[in-house]
Ligand binder design. Sequence first.
Ligand SMILES: O=C(O)[C@H](O)COP(=O)(O)O
Length: 317
Amino acid sequence: MIKILANDGIDPIGKKMLEDAGFEVDTNNIPQDELPVKLQNYDAITVRSATKVRKALIDACPNLKLIGRGGVGVDNIDVDYAKEKGIGVYNTPASSSLSVAELVFSHLFTGVRFLQDSNRKMPVEGNTKFNDLKKAYAKGVELRGRTLGIVGFGRIGREVAKIAIGVGMDVIAYDLFPFNPEVEVVLGSGGTKVSVTIKTATLDEIIKTADFITLHTPFVDKALLGAEELAQTKKGVGLVNCSRGGLIDELALVDALNSGQVSFAALDVFDNEPTPRQEIISHPKISLTPHIGAATNEAQERIGVELASLIIGHFNK
Ligand SMILES: O=C(O)[C@H](O)COP(=O)(O)O
């Protein structure tokens, strides 16, 4: 019987699909340093972003035939090495796009209305003391009519664009690869479809002209927004990163927030996950979430089902 270790969990529906297909599935959270021994008993492992499947672990587990990533980013897996060894590597790139896009907008609305700061201040200052003077910090702006720059126009970037159009924002987008600028917006739940053409731009144009910038690229070694780029943004720009830590230089970001060059940042991902640096966690102008872009019932169910189908397909080839 094929044994699968679902180390960062798997949705119950996906688990049941695998069990119905005759696989044994252990849902567990085995610490990274114990995996080289414990994973030897399994034919396959599924992970989210927490568990790393690097060369050393692959070498320690000659029985391993499949690595499943329940999610989009595979930067926690040595994909090429695994494939060289004949191990199947699968991810679920389409399942969580909408959930991530909705988190981006949660953060955008949070940022422009200072919810992150209010959530920190109110428990400390009490709910009887707020007056016009104390509320002055929270004079925000509206999103409608403002320009959202989307860096990376893949599945998630496109979902973000659709919401932005619904909110009444102007969208400009950049991607390394050519892309279709038409997005289909559905009015209401299952309602009329409207095709909208968004404006394409260079990264430089986005940096210099957008009121808000949201990042949707895979992990890259060099920050897309470092000190130099942040200095060229529109004064008071708002930044959202629900993609990968490292895309914004965190220390340069803190400086830019302190100087007012950046009015707020919203981060779901960090340089040092799972322990982000203190300057970031405690900054009043940063809205924080702990890498939860894909953490919805819907996304996790879709991921579990897609992953289960891929695993079943692989072993039944
Ligand atoms: O790449 C992804 O799909 C996201 O970063 C989600 O990561 P998670 O599976 O750890 O929530």
